[in-house]
Design a protein. Structure first.
Length: 299
């Protein structure tokens, strides 16, 4: 039997309820969350059991700051006295679990405070990026819709343009659903909080999964439709280089955070690594182009 497994997280950025229910279901299957990263959630094998999970959003801190911060250490110490155990964390939230038979002491006791804590985190770290992508996808997706209505044959004559435009339209629809859902939850959570009640969150996991499948299929079809084999090789190599740079920068940042390197030093070294890898990957791509050209591969 495998001792570890990975899953991609497909939860809305504020959907703590969905995360908790999913983790409780995984524990009943014999898997306990061990770490969280942009490349997925990692689990370790445990005897199947019923566990209670709680996702707690953290006060804002720098993504490059040493961890745990003093505030995080104090929070973890407090929760340990109540029987909660830290399973995993990132710069957005902590995931705790409780395995004792008696009902655990609630992690959050003030629904209004929880609502504002979540908003402080997403307002700084999530919403600016989402609104930027929303505007960008609206421009490209809107242009796609205009062309589809006025000159549809132009799109059908260029399948690559159709796939690219439809992906931007899907991105716009997803972001609009996410933002609308978040602000609706925030409004209802205020009313529930004034009554002393916690309001469960509800994300758009199924919608995100469908759009990811569509985007992946569109990308593969787009590669197939590229005019020459040389361009296909180049685009695949470009994608691999991009993933290598992102992965290496993330690993270095996390390593220095755990070794409690100063945030400014962490940021500087991470940027230096990204710059050096970018130059190195660019040189590799030019070398690949030269090799393919010498072998007579068409571009």
């Amino acid at each position: 039997m495998k001792e570890t497994k990975r899953q991609f997280s497909l939860f809305s950025f504020y959907d703590r309820t969905g995360m908790e229910k999913h983790l409780e279901a995984m524990a009943r299957k014999g898997w306990l969350l061990e770490s969280i990263s942009p490349f997925g959630w990692r689990y370790r094998a445990i005897p199947p059991q019923s566990l209670r999970f709680s996702v707690s959003f953290l006060p804002l801190s720098s993504p490059f700051a040493p961890e745990p911060t003093p505030a995080q250490e104090a929070f973890q110490e407090l929760t340990c006295h109540d029987g909660w155990t830290l399973a995993a964390s990132n710069e957005f939230y902590h995931v705790f679990y409780h395995q004792e038979a008696q009902p655990p002491t609630p992690m959050e006791t003030d629904p209004l405070l929880e609502r504002e804590t979540i908003h402080r985190v997403v307002r700084k770290r999530v919403l600016p990026f989402y609104f930027f992508l929303l505007v960008l996808s609206f421009l490209f997706g809107g242009s796609f819709c205009y062309t589809l209505l006025t000159h549809p044959w132009d799109l059908w004559a260029q399948p690559k343009d159709f796939l690219t435009g439809s992906c931007f339209l899907c991105l716009f629809l997803y972001l609009a659903a996410e933002l609308l859902g978040y602000y609706q939850w925030r409004k209802k959570a205020l009313l529930a909080g004034e009554a002393g009640e916690f309001l469960p969150t509800k994300g758009h996991n199924t919608l995100l999964l469908c759009l990811l499948f569509y985007a992946a299929g569109s990308f593969l079809l787009w590669l197939v439709l590229l005019a020459t084999p040389g361009l296909r090789y180049y685009m695949l190599a470009y994608l691999v280089c991009y993933l290598v740079i992102i992965g290496a920068a993330y690993r270095l940042r996390v390593l220095m955070k755990r070794r409690r390197v100063h945030a400014q030093v962490n940021l500087t070294l991470t940027m230096v690594l990204i710059i050096l890898l970018s130059f190195g990957m660019t040189a590799l791509l030019f070398a690949l182009l030269s090799l393919l050209h010498r072998q007579g591969v068409a571009f």
